[in-house]
Design a protein around this ligand. Structure first.
Ligand code: GAL
Length: 324
């Protein structure tokens, strides 16, 4: 495979990327690489079902039975995860070599997904620009299609802000979300939108993730996912949407996005992965915070609208800010 590696560096952040899946490979802040990943590209290929650092699409997360209806027509997408369509299907954006353009403080990856790819309608043009801006990494997505289609694009980086492989449960987390979308046993949203009050999902105040795990590990929602693998409905009223704090390193990441959903995945399926820097990754040793539309939003009219209108340009952004 013909892939390339790129580096961006300023006084606060050193980051490496590859055009294979438009991935972030490493993110060094305050002397620590806070991103999970692998020693070489083979690690990413062998552990493809982890989507490490990759851009996921055309539709990130799950679509029930891989089926959706658009303009009166039903489409059957490829199924790649227990009968569901997950993160764009069998050969999603994470497995493509993207075009690249390196600038002084940014890199843009772009990709054209052909009409019919994974059975999606429309030729779909997508780009992501990663920009370093002092202590911030900015992700700007842009996409359009020549036919009506659906899209949900995200980045699937896993963070451990202590730069080690110890349990992420000792990190502190705050999410500005009063509601979340519960799942069924296949990790598909049921369509309900419930209050986080007194549940596994109440992170309205910064607190150790462990606190909620200890209290709510016998609940159905916890058991369905072996942890958190849920979409949070962001309030969009505050300055930031989410804060993650590495309690040993003191490194704090603040997330701001224009997306309405945050898929929080506490690395529940990670098991004995041979990662970079000699680290072995096990269950709950990192967290993915995926800014996106609600999963399965193709199934529920009251969820975020995933429809992309022919010819219209769509943009979205996420900013990760690092402090200590
Ligand atoms: C998450 C998803 C999880 C799992 C993971 C990749 O976004 O919610 O269920 O599939 O990606 O391993």
């Amino acid at each position: 495979m013909n892939y390339n590696i790129f580096k961006l560096k300023n006084n606060f952040i050193t980051a490496t990327f590859t055009d294979y899946g438009a991935r972030i490979l490493s993110l060094v802040v305050y002397g620590k690489d806070v991103l999970f990943g692998f020693e070489n590209i083979n690690g990413y290929i062998e552990n493809a079902d982890g989507y490490h650092g990759a851009v996921c699409g055309r539709f990130a997360n799950r679509i029930k039975d891989g089926k959706f209806c658009l303009n009166g027509k039903t489409y059957q997408l490829n199924k790649n995860s227990s009968g569901q369509h997950l993160h764009g299907g069998l050969n999603g954006f994470d497995k493509k070599i993207w075009d690249s353009k390196l600038n002084e403080d940014s890199i843009t990856f772009s990709y054209i997904s052909q009409n019919g790819e994974e059975n999606y309608p429309g030729s779909f043009n997508v780009s992501i620009t990663y920009t370093l801006d002092e202590n911030r990494l900015r992700l700007d997505y842009k996409y359009y299609s020549d036919k009506d289609t659906i899209a949900n694009i995200t980045n699937h980086a896993y963070f451990n802000l202590d730069g080690d492989n110890n349990s992420i449960l000792d990190h502190k987390l705050m999410i500005n979300a009063d509601f979340y979308t519960p799942i069924d046993e296949h990790i598909i949203p049921t369509g309900e939108i419930l209050k986080v009050n007194n549940s596994l999902f109440d992170f309205r105040e910064l607190k150790p993730i462990r606190e909620n795990f200890d209290k709510f590990s016998d609940t159905e929602q916890f058991k369905f996912a072996s942890g958190i693998d849920h979409n949070f409905v962001l309030n969009k009223m505050e300055d930031c949407d989410c804060v993650l704090l590495g309690t040993k390193s003191g490194i704090k990441m603040t997330i701001k996005t224009d997306r309405q959903g945050l898929q929080v995945y506490t690395g529940n399926f990670m098991n004995n992965l041979k990662g970079k820097n000699g680290l072995v990754y096990d269950k709950h040793s990192a967290i993915a915070l995926e800014t996106q539309l609600f999963p399965a939003s193709t199934s529920f009219a009251h969820f975020t609208d995933p429809v992309i209108k022919k010819g219209k340009i769509y943009k979205s952004y996420t900013v990760l800010e690092f402090d200590k």
